[in-house]
Structure formats: C-alpha cells, structure tokens
Design a binder for this molecule. Sequence first.
Ligand code: ZN
Length: 254
Amino acid sequence: MLEIVQIPVLEDNYLYLIHDPVSGDTAIVDPAVEDEVVAELGARGWRLTHIFNTHHHLDHTGANLALKARYGATVVGAAIDRERIPGIDIAVGDGDQVHLGNVAADVYFVPGHTSGHIAYHFPTAKALFSGDTLFSMGCGRTFEGTHAQMWQSLSTLMALPDDTLNHCAHEYTAANGAFALTLEPNNIALIERMKAVKQLRLNNKPTVPSTLGQEKQTNPFLRPMSEEIQNTLGMIGGPLPAIFSQIRKLKDTF
Ligand SMILES: [Zn+2]
C-alpha cells in the first residue's frame, strides 16, 4: 500500500510525497519548493524518483528543476503543457496511466483553472491528487478555462468512488465553507463539517484530504442540483452548468 505524506509549505500550499514501499519509488506532487521536500525525504530515508505536476503554476512547479537535478527524478506533466512544465520528461493526457513501482495512477484531463490541468488517481490507494481543480468545499478559479470546462472537469472527478480521498493543493477549506453556508445555510452536513473544520484550524491541523463523498454533501460547486442552492440563487430547475457558473461568479467576489 502506498504511503502518502502531506507537506505544508508557503502560505497555504500542500505538497504530497507518495511512496511505494515495494519498489522504493517515491513521487512528489506539485513541488512548490525544494528545501522542505529534501528534508522530508531525508527524514524518511526515501529517494525521489518522480515529480507529478498537475499544472504549470509556479507554486506547483517551482522546484521541478532543482529536485530533478538533485535526484535525477522523472518529471511527469500534461502533454498539452509541455512548454510550461519545467523539465518535463513524460508527457501525459486523459486516459493515460503513470506508474510508481507497479502501482498505477490514471490521468484525467481537468481543464478550467488552467487550460492544461490534469489530475492523478491511484484507484488501489483510493487517492486522488487534484491540484487546484477540486478543493475542499471549493474549486479553483477559472484563470485559463471556462466555467463550462470547470463544471465538466468536476463532473469527471465526481464520478470517482465516494471513498476516494481528495488531496488538493491548498488549505482553503474554512473560507470555502463560509461561502458555502451563504448558499446552503440549512445543509446539516455542511454545518457539521464547518464545526469540525473550525476545530481543526484552531489546532493548526489540516482539513485536507477529504473524501469525495464529503465533498458531494458539502461542496457547493458539486451541488448545483441542490434545491436549497437553486432557491438561494433564484434558479430553480435551471440548467446545472448555468447554476455552477453563477456559483463560481459569486465566489470570485466573495
Ligand atoms: Zn494554480
């Protein structure tokens, strides 16, 4: 079974080490920085073999070249973003598989936040690495894509099993939840989750990862079908992409 280690860096970024004890292979997902990764690897006696990038933003690729130079790690990124992923060795797209030892991850193309964003899903570990696409109770801003693309991408991820753990790249949960409550003040699952989130943050503990099941119950960006949200927005019975788009617009200025 894979071992996954969460490394908090910068203001609110999460990096993830993924270690396969059978082969010894170890990947870092979205290395924003070098030092914390080197320290964590050293403490565990692991050697970096792979860098998995979800998208090109600097706070996800900033240490690609330094870590590649130090360990000879193989850089995996989106083929469509070949020019924007520093040091890319293996260019992948939707439906491809990448391996850590003998453990496979499925690659999903999930554009919206950027035009080349991908996610990595390890079915046997029930682990999804969604970068800046699906946050806990939120989703990424659509810097390079359309709302329609983002809704499609989230729908793709939503189809994965409910017990999948979503490892996103930022600790935005408390602010996301505050926004969610403005749309669904009577959502019991949301109210309960926010209590837990507040307690975790008070103790400076991460609220990430969460399960897709939790997200489906509490994340407004996965819930344009919610009657309460539709009622709040005055969009009862409206098309789901349009309701999603309205939620995204409101969050942009929240
Ligand atoms: Zn980003």
